[in-house]
Design a protein around this ligand. Structure first.
Ligand SMILES: NC(=O)c1ccc[n+]([C@@H]2O[C@H](COP(=O)([O-])OP(=O)(O)OC[C@H]3O[C@@H](n4cnc5c(N)ncnc54)[C@H](O)[C@@H]3O)[C@@H](O)[C@H]2O)c1
Length: 359
């Protein structure tokens, strides 16, 4: 068993179920193998089963009841995730649940409770936690070289119209539930331990549904950096993905290139407060000696952001970690409990911005 591939059933065969999960699983046959698929679109399901040489399941119930399936990948519409995950766990399957990992903390709690009751793993597909640029930004911040971090901004911007179900509140679409779980997951990690207070505003402009396509969130709290998230489809001129402001310097950049600079205040003269007017009427000023550094990703994980396909390197790392958990009993890298924290912040954002969970 230890070295055999994990037998997988996939619910939902769209951009994610087919384009991310099946596409990745095909490249790692020693670890995972799709044995059954289900989609409410019969033609899509038949074609996928042919392409993957696997069975079709006539319903969600029949997929999760398939005795050969060990792991169910839930890649259905957003509002089905928690129900599908809980049903699969109750049937004794492990679950990989795509984002959003439930819409509410109550959703997350019932998935965790069912996983514990069934003695199975529920793994939130929060694969962008492996993104190289995010990890580098965190590393630079944690190194202390930028001093105390005052402000962090992460921007997921574009200018486009969208008219699919992800723009409708009926299926729990909208910027917050759709792409939101990714930058918010990064933001919560960078905010640090503790519960952020939340300011949020959500509006709809270009999409055809009734959900927000422009979302601004600010996480704040004493002793923490202010963390600003800009997630919008009405931004014709894009800004850097990352801006970090610290008391010794700052960082800026994008998934394919980051740069940062800092000063050593210790090497400079002290500046005690002087209450007199400057003798030459000048403003205070001094020459700063900047130290600089930069980073480029080693791999090809540069495609990123709203609408971009998730980097395959991050997906592979996720699947490797899941395999180690399923076959070698290693702890999950990305735990449901860690994602619960982010879902709690999403609930605060909904309350602050007046976003219903779903209609
Ligand atoms: N982690 C990521 O980076 C990432 C990227 C894209 C999508 N997603 C997530 O994946 C999920 C699917 O999104 P998508 O972009 O693939 O959508 P999609 O519209 O391309 O595909 C969804 C598929 O699921 C099927 N489906 C939905 N509900 C079903 C149900 N109850 N029973 C059977 N089939 C069902 C649909 O028929 C469709 O084929 C969403 O929750 C989305 O948030 C995650």
């Amino acid at each position: 068993m230890a070295n055999t591939p994990v037998k997988v059933g996939i619910i939902g065969l769209g951009r994610s179920g087919w384009g991310i999960h099946a596409a990745m699983i095909r490249t790692i046959p020693d670890m995972f193998q799709v044995v059954a698929v289900h989609d409410r679109l019969a033609e899509r399901m038949e074609q996928t089963a042919k392409d993957l040489s696997c069975r079709t399941a006539a319903s969600v119930e029949s997929l999760i009841g398939d005795p050969e399936v060990e792991l169910v990948v839930v890649a259905s519409y957003n509002h089905f995730h928690a129900d599908h995950a809980c049903a699969a766990l109750a049937a004794g399957k492990h679950v990989l649940c795509d984002k959003p990992f439930g819409l509410t903390v109550a959703d997350v709690d019932r998935m965790i409770a069912q996983a514990e009751k069934s003695g199975r793993i529920v793994a939130p597909f929060q694969q962008r936690r492996y993104e190289e640029d995010f990890l580098k930004v965190k590393e630079v911040i944690d190194s202390g070289i930028l001093g105390d971090i005052v402000h962090i901004r992460t921007c997921w911007q574009g200018f486009k119209r969208r008219w699919d179900w992800q723009t409708s509140r009926t299926y729990a679409g909208g910027a917050l539930n759709n792409n939101g779980p990714h930058p918010l997951d990064h933001a919560v990690a960078l905010f640090g331990e503790g519960e952020p207070s939340v300011w949020a505003q959500a509006t709809r402009h270009l999409c055809s549904g009734d959900a927000e396509d422009h979302l601004k969130v600010i996480l704040h709290g004493a002793g923490h950096p202010t963390v600003e998230i800009e997630l919008t489809d009405v931004w014709a001129y894009s800004q850097d993905r990352w801006i970090v402001a610290g008391t010794r310097g700052g960082l800026k950049g994008n998934p394919n290139s980051l740069e940062w600079k800092w000063v050593d205040w210790e090497t400079m003269p002290p500046r005690p407060l002087c209450m007199e007017s400057t003798p030459d009427r000048s403003y205070n000023g001094e020459k700063l000696e900047w130290h600089t550094a930069s980073w480029q990703p080693a791999g090809k994980d540069t495609a990123s952001g709203a609408g971009a396909a998730p980097p395959p390197g991050a997906v592979l790392l996720f699947y490797r970690g899941l395999f180690a958990a399923l076959r070698d009993g290693k702890p999950l890298h990305i735990t449901p409990q860690s994602v619960r924290q982010r879902v709690a912040v999403m609930e605060k954002i909904r309350a602050a911005a007046g976003i219903p969970v779903k209609l």
